[in-house]
Design a protein around this ligand. Sequence first.
Ligand code: HEC
Length: 164
Amino acid sequence: MMHSKLVLASLLLALVGCSPSEQASTQAAQAGVNPFKPSGDVKHIMKWVVDPAAFGIWDSAGSIITAAGTRELAPTTDEGWLAVEHSAAVVAASGNLLLMPSRAVDDQGWQSIAQGLVDAGLLAQEAAKNQDSDALFDAGGQIYRVCKACHSVYVRGDGAQDIL
Ligand code: HEC
């Protein structure tokens, strides 16, 4: 009996035991800093959050020219516009994900470009909310320029040109 209680107690201890990074975030929380819990590095955020959301906007902005003529990409239904608005909200929120302590590059360039992503995302969200295809096209262009601005400075090495 005694024995099994001991086993249970040490099992519980093992379960609540903290990894070094959890200890660090607990210390940060105690110091009054927000207890961020990063879900991935910058690359992860790019691949799974920023990039799909940006394409959710670009695929619905402007027009494409095909053999059959010009086709407008703007949504034609309320659901379609809502999906674009959702993507735009994700782009806006992702600007702040890039400012989290584990991801941010500690200089003003990074910080203002990431804030620019918030602004551009909010512009796109407003355009989608108003179902304004011209404004959405402009906001999509602004988002693209923000992506390029950051990559041109902060992405180095082979393949940097291919990203965007
Ligand atoms: C504040 C800086 C910043 C902004 C803004 C930014 N990126 Fe990035 N992006 C990076 C960095 C840094 C990398 C390289 C990450 C790595 O390989 O570690 C990257 C990499 C990528 C990648 C490659 C991911 C992979 O799987 O290797 C894609 C795709 C990408 N970005 C898309 C975008 C798009 C689309 C936008 C705009 C909507 C954007 N990024 C805006 C900094 C930024």
